[in-house]
Write a protein that binds this ligand. Sequence first.
Ligand SMILES: *[C@@H]1O[C@H](CO)[C@@H](O)[C@H](O)[C@H]1NC(C)=O
Ligand SMILES: *[C@@H]1O[C@H](CO)[C@@H](O)[C@H](O)[C@H]1NC(C)=O
Ligand SMILES: *[C@@H]1O[C@H](CO)[C@@H](O)[C@H](O)[C@H]1NC(C)=O
Ligand SMILES: *[C@@H]1O[C@H](CO)[C@@H](O)[C@H](O)[C@H]1NC(C)=O
Ligand SMILES: *[C@@H]1O[C@H](CO)[C@@H](O)[C@H](O)[C@H]1NC(C)=O
Ligand SMILES: *[C@@H]1O[C@H](CO)[C@@H](O)[C@H](O)[C@H]1NC(C)=O
Ligand SMILES: *[C@@H]1O[C@H](CO)[C@@H](O)[C@H](O)[C@H]1NC(C)=O
Ligand SMILES: *[C@@H]1O[C@H](CO)[C@@H](O)[C@H](O)[C@H]1NC(C)=O
Ligand SMILES: *[C@@H]1O[C@H](CO)[C@@H](O)[C@H](O)[C@H]1NC(C)=O
Ligand SMILES: *[C@@H]1O[C@H](CO)[C@@H](O)[C@H](O)[C@H]1NC(C)=O
Ligand SMILES: *[C@@H]1O[C@H](CO)[C@@H](O)[C@H](O)[C@H]1NC(C)=O
Length: 454
Amino acid sequence: MASIIFFLLLALSFTASAQRQTNITLGSSLTPITNSSWLSPSGLYAFGFFRQRDGYSIGVFLSGISLKNVVWAARRDDAPVPSNATLLFTSDGRVVLRSAQGDETPIVSASQPASLASMSDSGNFVLYNSDRQIIWQSFDHPTDTLLPTQQLKAGAELFSPVSETDLSTGIYRLKMQHDGHLVQYPVNTPDTAPYAYFASGTYGAGDNVTLNLDPDGRLYLLNSTGFNIKNFTAVGYPMKETINMMKLDADGIFRLYSRNLTRNGNWSAVWSSTSNKCDPKGSCGLNGYCVMKGKEAECTCLPGFEFVTQGNWTSGCERDFHAESCNDKNGSSTYTMEELSNTEWEDVSYSVLSSTTKDNCKLKQNGTGICRLPEDEAVLEQWVYQCFLDGDMDKLVGDEIVEKKQLDRMVKVGLWCTLDEPSLRPSMKKVLLMLEGTVEIPIPPSPTSFFTAI
Ligand SMILES: *[C@@H]1O[C@H](CO)[C@@H](O)[C@H](O)[C@H]1NC(C)=O
Ligand SMILES: *[C@@H]1O[C@H](CO)[C@@H](O)[C@H](O)[C@H]1NC(C)=O
Ligand SMILES: *[C@@H]1O[C@H](CO)[C@@H](O)[C@H](O)[C@H]1NC(C)=O
Ligand SMILES: *[C@@H]1O[C@H](CO)[C@@H](O)[C@H](O)[C@H]1NC(C)=O
Ligand SMILES: *[C@@H]1O[C@H](CO)[C@@H](O)[C@H](O)[C@H]1NC(C)=O
Ligand SMILES: *[C@@H]1O[C@H](CO)[C@@H](O)[C@H](O)[C@H]1NC(C)=O
Ligand SMILES: *[C@@H]1O[C@H](CO)[C@@H](O)[C@H](O)[C@H]1NC(C)=O
Ligand SMILES: *[C@@H]1O[C@H](CO)[C@@H](O)[C@H](O)[C@H]1NC(C)=O
Ligand SMILES: *[C@@H]1O[C@H](CO)[C@@H](O)[C@H](O)[C@H]1NC(C)=O
Ligand SMILES: *[C@@H]1O[C@H](CO)[C@@H](O)[C@H](O)[C@H]1NC(C)=O
Ligand SMILES: *[C@@H]1O[C@H](CO)[C@@H](O)[C@H](O)[C@H]1NC(C)=O
């Protein structure tokens, strides 16, 4: 511990010379237990093995001890390796991980052989060719963290970790788009507005806008001609005795962290992209929704639902009751309709019922509507089909004023979904696309024709 403090103290005198680097020559190697990392000249940063879960991973980290100090991870989605693995800077200029069995995995993907590697006091791990040109650097391949003097370039993204103890790719991303916009989305979503939950408001600022972090903690966007077009953190934070970094956390929020080096203290968040932990979309699974309890976010199930796996919010919620049909044997509804106040539906709606009041909606459910009845269902289906064929769908809704196209879609989908032959019914995904109007809905077959056919 004393040596760490010594190194950190030493680091303070080098804040002005972050270019200083430790040179690593061809043929050097590291192992998880002894000689586990290459330190930068001041000893502030290291490249090498760090402990993660039940083994060791490779990355760049502040030479402290906690996973919070890892600022770049190599092959972050690979399983940690056992202590008998070796990291090699091979004599032919590759950086590879060699297992005890002798299998080799490339750690960096440079386009040409390297002749020198370096770990600099800025936290950048760099490979050079024989002309001393940079052919690869960790700053160009960020994982979840941006260090001072590092840029997030147009087209690049940060991905959140799974958790504070599992650094593999989590469920959120922060993208510097080619349209000048810095935007946050859940992973595996298109780069379109309905999925976004944070945006810098700089859409249209041109290609090659970059996100920058200065040593004093100023976080801002520069356009391609070098103009500051957006400040996130208003003023700089103390530079003496402190180190700053920006990190996209597992909860989907990106924060500026500051740490007092002389106290060997904690990272403390001095700025965050939002204070509402429910802002990131998709932290609660299906049929769940996010609620702020004090400063913390909690997932809750809709009324009538319970968690699929207690304690695992992403697994979502499922019905806690079993219902074969909408009505019980006595003909009264087995469903109730409940209101959720102060709740927002964030994404694109499946469908919006226009001109429907809350009471009307409830009546419909009890009486002549959704559970779209006590009468024989086949008769109802045929009646609806006849109305549809006659183009007389007003009959279906009585006095209500409804959007014609929407009604047409709903009725067609309804007819498809209630077909007796299950193989003819569309998939749930198809149904959603049909209701959204994204795909054309074919004319449904008559329910009777299938009764007679079977
Ligand atoms: C490391 O290599 C670079 C590039 O060749 C050189 O400029 C620098 O002086 C070397 N540093 C040390 C400490 O040897
Ligand atoms: C650690 O690496 C250095 C330089 O590569 C080497 O001289 C030293 O013997 C190594 N120590 C151990 C314990 O392997
Ligand atoms: C390396 O370590 C792992 C885990 O301890 C072990 O399963 C494996 O047999 C070891 N391999 C060799 C070649 O020693
Ligand atoms: C953006 O950067 C790339 C690579 O540096 C360059 O080829 C391109 O011309 C730049 N675009 C603009 C609009 O500056
Ligand atoms: C960068 O921003 C400045 C100031 O708003 C503006 O004058 C300049 O045209 C911008 N450059 C580009 C390439 O959009
Ligand atoms: C951001 O702050 C700097 C000074 O810290 C200022 O020069 C710049 O104009 C600001 N940018 C915007 C878009 O306000
Ligand atoms: C860091 O901690 C030291 C010792 O507690 C204190 O004197 C100093 O003011 C702190 N620096 C900052 C920037 O908070
Ligand atoms: C570090 O954080 C822990 C828990 O948040 C707190 O108890 C402790 O006082 C902090 N230490 C310093 C030096 O800030
Ligand atoms: C939670 O559930 C999700 C989806 O079912 C699953 O992928 C994930 O591994 C679970 N997480 C934990 C910690 O069990
Ligand atoms: C149906 O009604 C009868 C008499 O009112 C009642 O005893 C019975 O519990 C009801 N059944 C259901 C399933 O609600
Ligand atoms: C609907 O039916 C339920 C129970 O069957 C009843 O409690 C509720 O008051 C009814 N709602 C309306 C609007 O009639």
